[in-house]
Design a protein around this ligand. Sequence first.
Ligand code: CP3
Length: 345
Amino acid sequence: MDTLQNLPYLSALRGEAHERTPIWIMRQAGRYLPEYRAVREKTSFIGLCKTPELACEVTLQPIRRFGFDAAILFSDILVPLEPMGAPFSFDDHGPRMHHTVRAAADVDALRVVDSREHTGYVAEAVRMIKRELGDRTPLIGFAGAPFTLAAYMIEGGGSKDYRHLKAMLYSDPALLSRLLDKLADQITDYLLMQVEAGVDAVQIFDTWGGILHPQDYERVIMPGLRRILAGLKGAGVPRVYFLKGSAPYLDHVRTLDAEAFGVDWTLDLAVAARAYPGRAVQGNLDPLCLFGSHEEIRRRALEICRAGRDAAGHVFNLGHGILPEAPLDAVETLVATVQAYREGD
Ligand code: CP3
């Protein structure tokens, strides 16, 4: 098998033996990096996402600085929504949808489009990044999970209580399911485009999937996930499902046909390893631990590495995205600790 496939990140996802625990971190390209802020000063966040040269440059920044074991395409989970008929922008408080999706007519008006035609700039960014990375570092493609995307569309942005989303769930669940089905079809096509363009793995981000009763998680959220995972099954790349707050749903999540599961810090990684036999796990240091002492960062990172030994494969990550205020030397300590860890340490 070629050198790229034998790198720790891809070996770990396949559950094959590898020398050391690979590490990358969610939001590794972003505002905690001075070199990112320098590029970002000259253009908007969406401008970055839509300009392949710039998306390529900021994707590579954290690889150059820290030597992470995987790069992740620089983009945002909301990108495929615009051509569906759900435009958005970003302000200081995060994403703002230009209109909400709450009535049946709003759902019907959304289109499932050809990703290559409408978001070709993402495929172009993938091709450029792959050329730069060569066989040295694998590239992760990604998309938002249908429920997490729907949360932004229905609420119109971030939300404290998901009132409108839950109002739809508890008054017209069939409408919510229709929205999730449409999103699942769009996301499947969007991820297939990324695979065709060259990504080596795909990750589905379900940041808000953890706010429902387990029965609702199963009935409402899982069908769309199954559709996406089935659509990608033959694509030849590992499929990683990250669910924030997954602890109450382990029995459901383990039935999903994915190669790896990402978990946050509210679950002991040893428990995750037992919950997902035969599959790789990814995680799970609290991003806020980076604000603690370096001694504590090292201690907790090693604890997680040791717990990961019980899984079929372990990819080290934070349990959620790194904060813009995170100190760079804390990230250095974390990467050095994880990359130096060997079985028995
Ligand atoms: O991980 C990476 O380095 C790849 C790039 C990436 C971004 N967003 C860049 C980004 C990825 C994979 C995402 C996913 C994403 N986006 C998620 C799922 C994962 C998660 O963190 O929960 C969600 C929910 C979003 C939606 C989103 N995008 C929010 C809520 C915000 C605003 C809050 C924030 O942290 O800024 C964004 C903006 C965003 N996405 C930035 C970056 C680097 C900051 C943009 C800027 O430069 O101002």
